[in-house]
Design a protein around this ligand. Structure first.
Ligand SMILES: [Fe+2]
Length: 297
């Protein structure tokens, strides 16, 4: 037990030196900082943290339940209060940490949760994730934190200079790849940069997004690659929107398409996505398994 506490303290102290708890003073800026968090277990996970100019903390997804110690430490180093927590969809590599934190907050303050809730029918389309999703929603229903459930896209909000627009919400009509195709899609921006978070958007919901009323909002500086960089949005989608850099929330075995048999021997589609990016001419890539913690200001 003492050993665990010691390692948790080392973790928080280590994170603190990298992120510094307070924003820099003496210079007025409306820009927010974003971190792409590296995965803490050898699997996929989607986790982004923001700090506004005024010090407010915002989280997008957060990763697997097994990554909760890391994210708890990261948030503690920023003051242990989350102003807004966005969950893209109830797969456990996205909502898992929040799911666990809501069961035992250990002093963390969370002021608002934003998501787009799945219907009971949609949840049952994927097993065993239906059980995780149901438990997540039942926990969510018992907490006293305000929860916003976006039923349609188009909402524009602002939190201390952190601007966001909901471009995609739950899509009950897609019974293929149903959870991923119901990823909430968010664009965030300040006066320096814009980032589009596709979460695990699939080909079908990507097409709907592209042909929908918010098509012009898809252009961005930084694009989070859909579904961890493979088997997400289509070639047409990527080649039809403007962006200049990629955020890859991607484990090494996915990046290298190595499911145990060696480099590029698996059945993943990562190499194809990487090739599309080369064909588009994207030169700036932030790959979580290669770069570790990536900080964007
Ligand atoms: Fe995922």
């Amino acid at each position: 037990m003492l050993k665990r506490i010691f390692f948790a303290m080392i973790l928080v102290l280590g994170i603190s030196t990298f992120i510094s708890a307070k924003p820099k003073t003496g210079k007025k800026t409306s820009a927010f900082t974003m971190w792409q968090l590296p995965m803490q277990v050898g699997n996929i996970g989607n986790s982004y943290v923001f700090r506004t100019a005024g010090g407010k903390v915002i989280v997008f997804d957060g990763g697997w339940p097994a990554e909760q110690l890391y994210l708890r430490g990261f948030i503690a180093a920023l003051g242990n209060e989350v102003e807004a927590w966005f969950i893209s969809h109830p797969h456990d590599d996205h909502m898992g940490v929040l799911w666990q934190i809501l069961k035992d907050r250990q002093g963390m303050k969370i002021n608002h949760i934003y998501h787009s809730r799945f219907s009971p029918e949609l949840i049952e389309l994927e097993k065993p994730y239906n059980e995780y999703a149901k438990d997540f929603y039942s926990v969510l229903d018992t907490v006293s934190i305000p929860v916003t459930d976006f039923r349609e896209a188009g909402y524009v909000g602002e939190i201390d200079g952190f601007n966001f627009k909901i471009l995609g919400v739950v899509n009950e009509e897609f019974h293929t790849n149903p959870f991923n195709n119901s990823s909430m899609v968010i664009k965030v921006w300040d006066d320096r940069k814009s980032i589009l978070f596709l979460a695990d958007t699939g080909a079908e919901s990507g097409e709907k997004l592209f042909n929908g009323p918010y098509r012009n909002d898809l252009a961005c500086d930084y694009l989070q690659m859909a579904h961890h960089g493979q088997h997400g949005c289509s070639e047409d989608f990527y080649k039809s929107i403007d962006f200049r850099a990629c955020l890859w929330p991607t484990a090494y075995w996915i990046w290298t398409n190595d499911q145990g048999g060696g480099y590029n021997t698996g059945n993943l589609e990562t190499m194809q996505t990487r090739q599309w990016m080369d064909e588009i001419g994207i030169k700036e890539h932030h790959v979580s398994c290669l770069e570790g913690l990536f900080k964007l200001e």
